[in-house]
Design a protein around this ligand. Structure first.
Ligand code: SAM
Length: 331
């Protein structure tokens, strides 16, 4: 219920958080155990005003304090773990939330009753799923690429468990090629093709040209709803793809991957598997996609995919830990 009080004061809370970043307070607070006097001197604040500011931060769960004596200036403060990094991530210049804000979510705002009854949707020319037109496609793939950090890190950790030297990988629904490109950079013996709708071709070609991947990075145009997946790959990956579709389609895609893989070939699934924190981070898309019926976006736990892989006939099903887990199995 405390959350509801904070939400009712949401704009003010954001004001406090942004100010704490902009004034350098978060940096000053970072070592922990800093007194109100020290913090005030660091940012040029009046101590008794900063003390109330700190109460705001503390009510948001972003810091804690310990009183030392009667003088509030000696009160000591500690930041929540990873506070400054988290604030930069969510509110900084390169924030994913900033990018998301450019999507036409305002079509829905204040009109959710009509959205829920099916009377109001995001107009197709504003956003469709899959995206249509060059601009929609390019904008969407650009924001996807911006959120690939944890995925790239997860692949980096587990690369050697996922494929051997000289493997060929097919990244299904592979966006503009950013992930495939990063995997090629990390493993000079790998080659990779992006499988995506024809609209993605110029994006992948452009990415390939500007990063000099040459023949190691390829593009295969196709619609996985209508066509089989191409053969000739030891690894087929679905990164942030399966959760956008009804379960029957995810099952179909895994069956297609199984048909396309050779015996011993590997399927790799990586996405925001459901946790409380990731669901919170997904809030924007849960809200926005209420108005986009073509996209079924939903976060699933790793167990959901373990079961699907088993039902699809894969073996050696494993969950590899990381910033995002990787669920993988062998044909
Ligand atoms: C949520 S994005 C994920 C992109 C990328 N894998 C990533 O994680 O950044 C889903 C991807 O699936 C592609 N896609 C959607 N429908 C498709 C279809 N019917 N056939 C092939 N690709 C499709 C989209 O173009 C997009 O690249």
């Amino acid at each position: 219920m405390a959350l509801l009080s904070l939400l009712a004061n949401g704009e003010k809370a954001v004001d406090v958080i942004k100010t704490s970043l902009d004034t350098g307070l978060l940096e000053a607070l970072e070592p922990g155990g800093r007194s109100l006097k020290e913090l005030s001197e660091c940012i040029g604040a009046v101590p008794h005003r900063l003390s109330k500011f700190m109460e705001c931060l503390e009510s948001l769960g972003l810091c804690s304090h310990r009183a030392v004596d009667d003088d509030i200036a000696s009160t000591l403060y500690w930041p929540a773990a990873g506070l400054r990094e988290g604030v930069i991530d969510v509110f900084g210049e390169k924030s994913i939330e900033k990018d998301r804000d450019a999507y036409p979510w305002r079509w829905l705002h204040g009109r959710l009753q009509e959205v829920l009854t099916g009377e109001l949707s995001i107009p197709g020319e504003e956003f469709s799923w899959p995206p249509v037109g060059t601009d929609q496609f390019a904008n969407f793939e650009r924001s996807m690429a911006a959120g690939l950090g944890p995925v790239i890190e997860a692949f980096r950790i587990h690369r050697s468990a996922l494929w051997g030297a000289g493997a060929r990988l097919l990244d299904v629904g592979g966006g503009d090629g950013t992930l495939a490109g990063q995997l090629l950079t990390d493993d000079p013996l790998l080659s990779a093709d992006v499988f995506n709708l024809e609209n993605a071709r110029p994006l992948v070609e452009e990415f390939k040209k500007s990063n000099g991947y040459g023949e190691r990075l390829g593009f295969v145009a196709g619609d996985f709803l209508r066509e089989d997946l191409p053969t000739g790959y030891q690894v087929i990956s679905f990164v942030r793809v399966l959760h956008d579709w009804p379960m029957a389609i995810s099952r179909l895609l895994l069956a297609k991957a199984r048909s396309a893989l050779p015996n011993g070939g590997r399927v790799v699934i990586c996405e925001e598997f459901r946790t409380e924190r990731r669901l919170a981070r997904q809030f924007f898309w849960s809200y926005f996609l209420m108005g986009v019926d073509g996209c079924h976006s939903r976060l699933y736990g790793v167990d959901h995919y373990q079961k699907m892989l088993m039902e699809a006939g894969f073996s050696d099903i494993e969950v590899l830990p990381g910033p995002f887990e990787i669920v993988t199995a062998v044909k």
